[in-house]
Design a protein around this ligand. Structure first.
Ligand SMILES: *[C@@H]1O[C@H](CO)[C@@H](O)[C@H](O)[C@H]1NC(C)=O
Length: 379
């Protein structure tokens, strides 16, 4: 899978525009699936403040008040307030569509609910340039897959730092990269160190040798494999506290070789095989993965398992575990899922986490998986 991977830019939120262009968005594809509207109504009617149920548009005022309070939103003028309210209502309708397409998750109001798709793109997405997997990408050796635990979560084993927040900067790729190295470094040294995304944002301009201009570029996107290549060449990453996150890419590189906290020994890509992904996760620590983030914009909780989801990769995240007993009221059975650490703060999703169902490469989550080993001698 490695060489001709035409990978799209991994920035943060590339949600609305790509989704709107798909016919699915305005079509009720759930009709006839799982019994159709009756069951959907059962799912969407059971309430919750963030939740977008049947009556949510009637209660839009109420939802907007809760939204403003919860996310500390304040608007300068009445005009701005009114404009945000109408955007908010449009996003309620969009969340309703997502709810129908993805009934085993809960979709509704998130901190992004007062932004239009265009604003989203401008604030959270950079220039959309193509990035490919580096042609020299190593493939991970095939691991045995018998005896894998039924459930596994690296958070239970101390390999995962608290959820971080990338802010209005398309730097998801740097958070995915630090997360993978934080885990690998924990396995190699026994110490959990939070590592610096800002070092990657400021200093990593690693390019694809085969495609001119495809380089890691701060808030305008990047690729985890390139960032691991940079980290290998640079010697390592500094601690978060020694090189804190600013959320902008206008500063100079302040990398100090004498303050390296974690080093890459090697890294490789895992084949498109869920058992191999699980085996690499359990053996080597959390994995840097790419995903299509369309459904993440309105995600509140549960196991996301959309009937239709693009495999176009636009977001970098961290795979930390997997499980089974998912929230799945429609099918009344357990739905195996991956546990994904995101970088949009703890107020998003399930305390900053996302659950996406396992199965046929849902939303592209199996397409680009990187595993990393850390050198055991962090200084
Ligand atoms: C990667 O590095 C680790 C730690 O040094 C080592 O145990 C492992 O064999 C290496 N893997 C490969 C594929 O070189």
């Amino acid at each position: 899978m490695a060489s001709r991977f035409s990978l799209l830019f991994l920035t943060s939120l590339f949600i609305a525009t790509s989704f709107r262009s798909s016919a699915a968005d305005d079509t009720d594809v759930t009709s006839g699936v799982d019994g159709g509207d009756l069951l959907i109504r059962q799912v969407v009617d059971h309430g919750g403040d963030d939740f977008v149920g049947e009556n949510s548009l009637l209660n839009a005022d109420h939802h907007f008040s809760i939204f403003k309070r919860k996310f500390g939103k304040a608007y300068a003028t009445q005009e701005e307030h009114d404009r945000r309210f109408s955007v908010f209502k449009a996003n309620l309708r969009r969340a309703r569509r997502h709810q129908k397409l993805d009934p085993s998750a809960v979709h509704g109001v998130t901190q992004f609910s007062d932004l239009t798709p265009r604003e989203f793109k401008r604030q959270f997405l950079g220039v959309n340039r193509k990035l490919r997997l580096p042609s020299d990408a190593q493939k991970a050796p095939i691991l045995p897959t018998n005896d894998l635990p039924k459930d596994f979560d690296w958070r239970d084993h101390g390999a995962v730092t608290p959820v971080k927040n990338q802010g209005s900067c398309g730097s998801c790729w740097s958070f995915s990269t630090t997360g993978a190295l934080e885990g690998a470094n924990f396995l190699a040294t026994g110490n959990l160190e939070s590592l610096s995304e800002q070092q990657l944002v400021d200093c990593d301009h690693e390019c694809d040798p085969e495609e001119k201009g495809s380089c890691d570029s701060g808030c305008s996107g990047g690729l985890m494999n390139s960032a691991l290549e940079y980290t290998l060449k640079a010697g390592g990453l500094m601690r978060e506290e020694d090189y804190p996150y600013t959320g902008t890419d206008r500063g100079a590189c302040k990398f100090d070789k004498n303050k390296i906290a974690a080093k890459v020994a090697n890294f490789s890509v895992v084949s498109l095989d869920e058992e191999q992904i699980a085996a690499n996760l359990v053996k080597n620590g959390p994995l840097a993965v790419a995903i299509n983030a369309v459904f993440m914009q309105t995600y509140i909780g549960g196991v996301s398992c959309p009937f239709i989801c693009s495999k176009r990769l636009d977001h970098g995240v961290l795979l930390v575990g997997y499980g089974e007993a998912g929230y799945s009221p429609i099918r009344l059975k357990e739905k195996p899922y991956w546990i994904i650490k995101n970088s949009w703060g703890e107020k998003w999703g399930e305390k900053g986490y996302y659950k996406i169902c396992r199965g046929p490469n849902v939303c592209g989550v199996d397409s680009l998986v990187s595993t990393v080993a850390a050198a055991s001698t962090s200084q």
